[in-house]
Each structure stands twice: as structure tokens, then as C-alpha cells.
Design a protein around this ligand. Structure first.
Ligand code: MGD
Ligand code: MGD
Ligand code: SF4
Ligand code: MO
Length: 708
């Protein structure tokens, strides 16, 4: 008899409710859960990967050890012991900082890893911590720390109530939203326009989202901070400034802004002064408005200035912490209220620097753009061993060929990952966790970023295979053995044993009871679990000033580090223009970073790893769609087919990221048949956001030449 299981899909930030029909240990179908109060039946094609990942014959089901280039299976106890011993040996020989760790994006979508990974990271006692944060949203987090006092006080656009939605560098129709959990975003954007609201998209490509907008403005990659300053200039000039009583530093911002009239930045941005004035006027006159920027604004050379100015625009126009503006979610499980050991605390910056280039630490991590040089450059403190958890930095971080070489140069490596891929092939040991359907799920990260307050928990649908270990069990097991190898004694052993006994459900239950809203509503895991479709807790509510965690209890509108970076931006206005094309990246609805290309349903159809090029540039080059070109940057080159499209701006070319599966030694049967090329073989590890050190993927200069 078929049965039904309900859960939230954990593959992207949207948290869609899914209804899974199954029989025994077989999935029969995966559909949208119409009764989920938040997603109301919406799903995307990637939802089918929940089944595919469970069934994938390439997914590793037991630990693997690499000996003389050959992979051998081994038991969990041996694997964990060998892994811990190997890490301990490197730390004994070269010091504790000689072991580095990289946490990839799926850790944030994994309940157990979210709850317990930081305990393992602390046990490593290393300053060489890296994560996907610094190829993604680091500027948003650093700015939040400086302005609001906590790196996770990330404002969310109240898309369901706003009357004016200004979107920069995001394509939610393809990505399903980021730092904006909004399942069924298409429906939400349609509703915005149906109620008379406006959608304006600023992007060097006329994206799927821009296609549905009232207005699309092409912008030269990397110039959004100039655009925002000019819009703010108009807001100040036209008297649209009405910040709330909590804001400090308005006069400092006013002083900066007056230096950037639209005429001054129009040529650099490629946006007309008139269009910037119109945006400013519409923004201030709308009954409510919100500016939102994502990957295109944070993964560029002025990422932190962008994140800052987006907040400034929302704040000074009075569109902050009120319906229709930028608001804070109030999750019932709130990592912002958890002890520092578990959730990383309010944030930090510059407590230490990377050993080669001197890039600053933020929130306890170094920018991953420095990882390869931290491994490859001889000298004191060099990274000699790595642990990767749910990450694929060879494909996902800048100058991937160099990252590849660096991983090949390590003395020892442990990968916690279900696949033998471009990065994990360098490991001495791979420790694979089970697939999403084989574990309970509660979204710890994304309720924090959601456009509506809801909550939802699901138990595991299937028992994981015999003896399988979850991410959290693997990490606690490694931590326990590492400390034992150091002679940690009884106290250490008891600590790890207590954590193992605590487990995911009990930790969740504690968190729910402790949370500010959980306490009020008497929420327990049991109550959340009983509501199989999730619980609706209503629209976002104003939370200021109570939610602020700054020492002053107020909002710092003009952090000094950001003000200081404006000079660099100003210098970019007069920098000579280098000839060539400018590279940007894109996402497709059926991709998920580097790791769902082994799902047959998601890679069918025409190849998607093409170089989008405007017809003006294609004509100048004498190239047409389908023809192969060689794309060259300072660090490398790839050969890819061109797709002529006037959806990209003249002078700009676009490649998707996450491809490049033809490297030797990967065990991804389906992906290897659709390998594509890695855009990060072109992106430059030396190009980073000047404040946070986040990778600057957008705006890489490339030369394109016809192949053959
Ligand atoms: N289908 C799918 N969904 C995903 C993912 C995926 O790989 N595939 N990845 C997930 C992850 S990890 C994340 S972080 C989110 C990201 O979610 P989004 O931020 O929505 O991601 P993108 O689709 O990459 O949108 C970035 C946009 O920025 C534009 N852009 C590039 N440079 C600039 C610039 O300098 N200025 C401006 N204004 N725009 C610029 C690009 O053309 C692109 O349209 O998506 C998540 N969802
Ligand atoms: N040029 C360019 N580069 C980019 C981007 C871009 O837009 N342009 N986007 C950046 C962004 S936003 C992000 S978030 C990063 C992502 O970068 P990464 O996080 O480094 O890479 P992913 O491709 O997400 O790879 C995820 C890995 O986790 C494994 N995995 C999946 N689920 C689990 C699990 O539950 N447990 C464990 N242990 N492993 C699991 C997969 O097998 C895979 O190896 O890429 C970044 N790189
Ligand atoms: S939009 Fe995201 S959460 Fe929803 S079904 Fe697709 S991958 Fe899953
Ligand atoms: Mo991301």
C-alpha cells in the first residue's frame, strides 16, 4: 500500500513543502504539498532530485580510503580513527593552523550539520576556517554586523506587501530566491504587480526575472554601488529622506552621497541619469518600497558597499522594519539567540589575517579566495591538511585550477561528502552521509531569511542504510577522536558522548523552547511535528529596537570601514577602461551550484554551459551561435560554445557556474557525460571585495577568440 510523507525540500532556500508518495523503501512520486501554508503547492524541477539522490548508484554508501590511486571501502570506526589520526599527525608536525576546514553550501541546508558542525570546527583549533560564505553573502553578513550588531540580522524584502520592488543582481525566477526565502516567487511577483506594485530589475542581463518586470535597466557589472549612490543622491536632493529615530550617522552618509550626482556615474554604470532619477522618485513616492540585492551585488569588487547602500536606501526612505519594506524575520528557532559556541555569535572582523595576502577574518573565517595560496605558499603556518564538508571548492571558488593544484599538494585530506567529485577526489578518506530523505529536517537557516514566519519539521522518511552516519555524527566522531589523540582526557570524552546522546531532535526541541517566540507560544518539537504541513505564524512583524544587537542599541548608518572604501569606488570612476569583454555568471532553474548534474532529469535537453554574447560583440568577432570560442582571463582559459543573445549587455558575456565535470577521477556517471567547463577556471582569486575579501566573480576581464 502506498503511503504519504510530508516534508520541506532542502535543496534550495525556498523550503517548499513536498508530498512524497512511497511504498516500502521506494519513492513513487514527489509533488508540491498544497496544504503547506507557505509554499502552497509550489515546487521546482529540482525537487525530483530528492528521489534521485536517494537512488543514485554513484552516491557513496560507505567510507572510502585512497591507497596508491585506488579507492577501497572501509568500516566507519576505522575510517573515523584514520581521519582523526591523520589530522592529529599534521597538527603535531606543523602546528594546529596547518589543518584547514571548508564548509560548503549544503551544510546550511542540513539540520544536523547546522547544529553540530561548529563544535567540530572549534575542536580543530585552527585559524584556517573557510566556507562558501565568502563566495556568496559575506558582504551582507559583515554589513549586518556593523550596522545592526549581529551578522545574522539580515533584512528580508517584504515581497508580499511591498508596492515597489527594486532588485539588483538577483534572478529569483531561476534561483528561487536567496536571503529571501519565498517559495513560489513567481506567484508572489505576479501578485505584486496585480495589486498595482512595480518590479524594477537592475542586471547586466535581461533575466527571466527582468522579463517579468515593469522595467529592466542594464548595468555595467560591478558598478551597482555607484548606481545606488546616485539614486541616494536624488533621494537626498528631493527631500525623500525620513529615517526613523534609531539611525546614527545620517550626516556622514549625506556628505558621501552628495559627491555622486547621477550625471557623474552615468557613463560608468551604463544607466542614464534620467533612469536613476526616476528610480529615486518612484522609490520615495511609493506607499512602500524595498531594495534587494543578491549574488550579483555581493560577488563583485564593491560587494560590501553594495550591501551597505542597499540597507541605507531602505533605511533613509523609511522603508525599514515596516510592512512592505525591509524587515527581519522572527524564527521560532533563532540562531541569533543561541550560545556563541553553537551559532558563531554576533560576528567579528579583522581579529586575524590570512598568512599570504593579509585578508581579514570575518565571523571566525578567512575568505576562501586565499585558500589556495595558504596551501601552496611555503613558510610558517602553511595549510598542509584540509577537511571539506559538503563543499566543492575546485568548482565553486575562484581560480579553480589553482585550487585543484593546491588540494593535490596537501599531505592529508578528509572529505565529508556523498560523492567522489572534482574536490573529494583529492581526499585520503571520504566519509559519506546519507541522502536528504534519510534524515529528519528542520530549516534552521532559512526561517531566518523568510518573507513569512512559519515553522516545519519532518522526520526521516527512510532509515539510512545499516551503520550509516549522519553529517553531525561524523563530525562529532571526528572531534571526539581528535581530542582523544591529543590526550583530551575524561572530560573531553564525556563532552562528546553527551553531544552524541543529545542528537538532532533533542537539540531542536531545546532550541524551540528557548527561542523568544517558542517560549511565548509554548512551542515544542512535538507540537511542530504534529503539524505535518507546517505551521503558519503570520506575516513579518516590526521587531525594532528590541532585535538590534549593537552596543548602542541603535543602527549605525555609516560604519567607518565602509565610508573608507568609498575612496576606492571613486577612484574606479577615473580608472582607464581596459579593452575586452567583461564576464558575469548565471544560474539555471535546473542547476544547483556544482552538484546536481548527476540527476538525469535535470541535465536532459540542450547543453546549458554556453557563453552568452550580445550580437554586437558576436558580429565584431565573427562568431555565431553554436560555434566554439576560447575564453581567456589572467588565470586561465576554457573553450565553450557561444550563444548569441541580446539579453546580455553589449560588452558583457555570461557563463553559468558549477560545470567542469571532466576532471580525471570523478565518479559521476551522468555529470561526466555533460561536463561543461568551469567558469571558475577563469575567475581570479586576486579579485576580491575590498572590504570583506569575498570573491569578486562579476566583472572579470576576458578575451574571447574564435576556436579553430
Ligand atoms: N536553480 C538554481 N537555484 C539556486 C542555485 C543554483 O545554482 N541554481 N544556487 C543557490 C544559491 S547557493 C544562491 S546563493 C542563490 C543565488 O540567487 P541569485 O542571487 O538570485 O542568483 P543568480 O541567478 O546568480 O543571480 C545573480 C544575477 O546577478 C547578475 N549580475 C552579475 N553581475 C552583476 C553586477 O555587477 N550587478 C548587477 N546588478 N547584477 C549582476 C547576473 O546576471 C544574475 O542575473 O541561488 C540559489 N538557488
Ligand atoms: N563563478 C561563480 N562561482 C560561484 C558562484 C557563482 O555565482 N559564480 N556561486 C557561489 C555560491 S552562491 C555558492 S553557495 C558556492 C557553493 O559552493 P560549494 O558549497 O563549495 O559547492 P556546491 O556546488 O554547493 O557543492 C556541494 C557539495 O556538497 C555535497 N553535499 C550535498 N549535500 C550534502 C550533505 O547533506 N552533506 C554533505 N556532507 N555533503 C553534501 C555535494 O556532493 C557537493 O560536493 O558556489 C559559489 N561559486
Ligand atoms: S524551489 Fe527549492 S525548495 Fe522548492 S522544490 Fe525547488 S529546490 Fe526544492
Ligand atoms: Mo550561495
Amino acid at each position: 500500500m502506498p503511503k504519504v510523507h510530508y516534508r520541506a525540500c532542502n535543496l534550495c532556500e525556498a523550503m517548499c513543502g513536498v508530498k512524497i508518495e512511497f511504498e516500502g523503501t521506494r519513492v513513487l512520486s514527489i509533488r508540491g504539498d498544497e496544504e503547506d501554508p507557505f509554499s502552497r503547492g509550489h515546487i521546482c524541477p529540482k525537487s525530483q532530485a530528492l528521489q534521485a539522490l536517494y537512488e543514485d548508484p554513484d552516491r557513496l554508501r560507505q567510507p572510502m580510503r585512497r591507497v596508491a590511486g585506488q579507492w577501497q571501502p572501509l568500516g566507519w570506526d576505522d575510517a573515523l580513527a584514520e581521519a582523526a589520526q591523520g589530522l592529529h599527525r599534521v597538527q603535531q608536525r606543523h602546528g594546529t593552523d596547518a589543518v584547514g576546514i571548508y564548509l560548503g553550501n549544503p551544510t546550511v541546508h542540513n539540520t544536523g550539520a547546522m547544529l553540530f558542525a561548529s563544535l567540530f570546527t572549534r575542536a580543530l583549533k585552527t585559524k584556517h576556517r573557510y566556507s562558501a560564505t565568502s563566495v556568496d553573502q559575506l558582504p551582507h553578513m559583515l554589513t549586518a554586523y556593523w550596522m545592526f550588531g549581529h551578522q545574522l540580522l539580515l533584512p528580508v524584502p517584504d515581497v508580499d506587501r511591498t508596492q515597489y520592488f527594486l532588485v539588483l543582481g538577483a534572478n529569483p525566477i531561476a534561483s528561487n530566491g536567496s536571503l529571501m526565502t519565498a517559495p513560489g516567487i513567481r506567484r508572489r511577483l505576479d501578485a505584486l504587480r496585480a495589486r498595482g506594485g512595480k518590479l524594477v530589475v537592475v542586471d547586466p542581463r535581461r533575466t527571466e526575472t527582468a522579463e517579468r518586470a515593469d522595467r529592466h535597466l542594464f548595468i555595467t557589472p560591478g558598478t551597482d554601488a555607484l548606481f545606488l549612490l546616485a539614486v541616494l543622491h536624488e533621494v537626498f536632493v528631493t527631500g525623500g529622506v525620513k529615517p526613523g529615530p534609531l539611525v546614527d550617522g545620517l550626516e556622514l552618509v549625506a556628505e558621501v552621497v552628495q559627491r555622486f550626482p547621477p550625471e557623474r556615474v552615468s557613463a560608468a554604470t551604463g544607466v542614464s541619469a534620467e533612469a536613476m532619477r526616476t528610480v529615486a522618485r518612484e522609490f520615495t513616492q511609493a506607499p512602500s518600497a524595498v531594495c534587494y540585492g543578491r549574488v550579483g551585488t555581493s560577488t563583485q569588487a564593491f560587494g560590501s558597499l553594495c550591501a551597505w547602500l542597499i540597507n541605507v536606501l531602505n533605511l533613509v526612505t523609511g522603508n525599514f522594519d515596516r510592512p512592505g519594506g525591509a524587515m527581519f524575520a522572527s524564527p521560532v528557532f533563532d540562531p541569533r539567540t543561541l550560545p556563541k559556541a553553537l551559532a558563531g555569535g554576533r560576528g567579528s572582523h579583522g581579529r586575524w589575517k590570512s598568512r599570504v595576502r593579509g585578508l581579514p577574518e570575518t565571523g571566525g573565517e578567512l575568505p576562501v579566495a586565499t585558500l589556495a595560496e595558504d596551501i601552496l605558499t611555503p613558510g610558517a603556518g602553511r595549510v598542509r591538511a584540509m577537511v571539506t564538508v559538503a563543499g566543492n571548492p575546485v568548482l565553486s571558488t575562484p581560480n579553480g585550477r589553482q585550487v585543484d593544484r593546491a588540494f593535490g599538494d596537501l599531505e592529508f585530506m578528509v572529505a565529508v561528502d556523498p560523492f567522489l567529485n572534482e574536490t573529494t577526489r583529492h581526499a585520503n578518506l571520504i566519509l559519506p552521509p546519507p541522502s536528504p530523505l534519510e534524515r529528519p529536517h528542520y530549516d534552521i537557516a532559512f526561517h531566518l531569511l523568510a518573507v513569512r514566519n512559519t515553522t516545519r519539521y519532518a522526520p526521516a522518511l527512510f532509515e539510512p542504510g545499516q551503520g550509516a552516519r549522519h553529517d553531525w555524527q561524523i563530525l562529532l566522531g571526528l572531534g571526539k577522536r581528535l581530542e582523544a589523540a591529543r590526550g583530551g582526557g575524561v572530560q573531553s570524552a564525556l563532552k562528546w558522548r553527551a553531544l552524541e546522546a543529545l542528537g538532532v531532535e533533542r537539540a531542536l526541541d531545546f532550541g524551540l523552547r528557548l527561542g523568544p517566540r517558542g517560549g511565548l507560544r509554548g512551542l515544542t518539537l512535538k507540537k511542530v511535528q504534529q503539524a505535518v504541513h507546517g505551521l503558519d505564524l503570520g506575516p513579518l512583524e516590526p521587531v525594532l529596537p528590541g532585535a538590534l544587537q549593537s552596543r548602542t542599541g541603535r543602527i549605525a548608518l555609516a560604519p567607518k570601514e565602509l565610508l573608507a572604501d568609498v575612496a576606492r569606488l571613486e577612484a574606479s570612476l577615473v580608472a582607464p577602461r581596459v579593452p575586452g569583454l567583461v564576464l558575469i555568471n548565471r544560474r539555471h532553474l535546473r542547476d544547483n551550484n556544482s552538484w546536481l548534474h548527476n540527476v538525469p532529469k535535470l541535465v536532459s535537453g540542450a547543453g546549458r554551459c554556453t557563453l552568452l554574447m550580445n550580437s554586437v560583440d558576436a558580429t565584431a568577432l565573427g562568431v555565431s551561435s553554436g560555434q566554439e570560442v576560447r575564453v581567456r582571463s589572467r588565470v586561465g582559459e576554457v573553450v565553450v560554445p557561444v550563444e548569441v543573445s541580446d539579453a546580455v549587455m553589449v560588452g558583457v558575456v555570461s557563463l553559468p557556474h558549477g560545470y567542469g565535470h571532466s576532471r580525471e577521477g570523478v565518479r559521476l556517471g551522468v555529470a561526466s557525460a555533460h561536463p561543461g567547463q568551469s567558469v571558475n577556471d577563469l575567475t581570479d582569486d586576486q579579485r576580491v571585495d575590498g572590504v570583506s575579501g569575498n570573491a569578486a566573480f562579476s566583472g572579470v576581464m576576458v578575451e574571447v577568440a574564435v576556436e579553430g
